[in-house]
Write a protein that binds this ligand. Structure first.
Ligand code: NAD
Ligand code: UDP
Length: 312
């Protein structure tokens, strides 16, 4: 049956892939975005579809539409962008999520909240299961994002317990792929853009910190499966790839695939930069019909490099 789906942050990197997937499945999509970090370029090919509607709106203001499902993705995700205006980042996660949960309550829609591995902060438990409460600085440069997302999770639970809203919480680990903004500032897009342009590759710190990188198609599959869990399933679920790489290994992979002669340069490590990150994905396996990432780093990087090569 055709559903009407609201995707906030739909013109962003992940949102644009989700809009396409929802349309391909025969649904009607309302894509809401204020274009802070998103772009019309990401969704321009979808605009030919009469079941796709674009709304320029800021989720810190309330919005009304009759919808069956809501994916709440609106929020800058790159440290460079979320630290540009930290108060606005916090407002987007807190007031924006209140507005979106309020809409879900009013129209009886299911809602999926895009949370993040950042709720674990600089983790002292490794890998991170959903039962780990995290190690987050409340007053550091990353706090507006980390604490905003933690508050958004709390709001989801409270709307569920107090008002019976059917909430789904997804904790997304570092994700990359086509449609990332070349100016995004996150490590995968930075390294690829630098390699393709022959510029220096900027390694922050000594490059031994780790991340686990997930290709966007695997994430979108996890999101759709989580939205499809039974009414009342509220447990947060990690979605990420377990293969962990140092930033030096990532740079080496990018240089090998592009054949670039770019040199590595070492810059200061940003404050509160997590040392390691890897998801425990046993809950996703158990509750999301055996969900597992299918695309590993080399294959995903090749697809992403081909995309950047075509847009730069
Ligand atoms: P992105 O910056 O490409 O997309 C975010 C979108 O939200 C943009 O289109 C932006 O214009 C829009 N937006 C921001 N503030 C808004 C507001 N107040 N009102 C309306 N629209 C607003 O980032 P992304 O990587 O696509 O991330 C999407 C979501 O997934 C975010 O909520 C992010 O926190 C979460 N997430 C992403 C990752 C990742 O690795 N990409 C990891 C964890 C969580
Ligand atoms: N990083 C880097 N060079 C860059 C951008 C980021 O070495 O040009 C590092 C950053 O310090 C962090 C890791 O790469 O340790 C991942 O950074 P990103 O901003 O992509 O995501 P997050 O820190 O939010 O996981």
């Amino acid at each position: 049956m055709k559903k009407r789906i609201l995707i906030t942050g739909g013109a962003g990197f992940i949102g644009s892939h989700l809009c396409k997937r929802m349309l391909d499945e025969g649904n009607e999509v309302i894509c809401l975005d204020n274009y802070f970090t998103g772009s019309k370029k990401n969704i321009v090919t979808l605009m030919e579809n009469p079941y796709f509607e674009m709304v320029r709106h800021d989720i810190t203001e309330s919005y009304y539409a009759e919808v069956d499902e809501i994916y709440n993705l609106a929020c800058p995700a790159s440290p460079v962008h979320y630290q540009y205006n930290p108060i606005k980042t916090m407002k987007t996660s807190v007031m924006g999520t209140i507005n979106t949960l309020g809409l879900a309550k009013r129209v009886n829609a299911k809602i999926l909240q895009a949370s993040t591995s950042e709720v674990y902060g600089d983790p002292d438990v490794h890998p991170q299961p959903e039962t780990y409460w995290g190690n987050v600085n409340t007053i550091g440069p990353r706090s507006c994002y980390d604490e905003g997302k933690r508050c958004a999770e709390t709001l989801c639970m409270d709307y569920h317990l107090q008002n019976g809203v059917d909430v789904k919480i997804i904790r997304i680990f570092n994700t990359y792929g086509p449609n990332m903004n070349p100016e995004d500032g996150r490590v995968v897009s930075n390294f690829i853009v630098q390699a393709l342009k022959g510029e220096d590759i900027t390694i922050f710190g000594d490059g031994t910190q780790t991340r686990s990188f997930q290709y966007v198609d695997d994430l979108v599959e996890g999101m759709v499966r989580l939205m499809g869990t039974p009414n009342g399933f509220w447990k947060p679920v990690n979605i990420g790839n377990q293969n962990e790489f140092t930033m030096l290994e990532l740079a080496e992979n990018v240089l090998n695939i592009t054949g670039s002669k770019s040199k590595l340069v070492f810059k200061d490590l940003p404050k509160d930069d997590p040392k390691q990150r890897q998801p425990d994905i046993s809950r996703a396996d158990k509750y999301l019909n055996g969900w597992k990432p299918k695309i590993q780093l080399e294959e995903g990087l090749k697809k992403t490099i081909a995309y950047f090569d075509s847009v730069l």
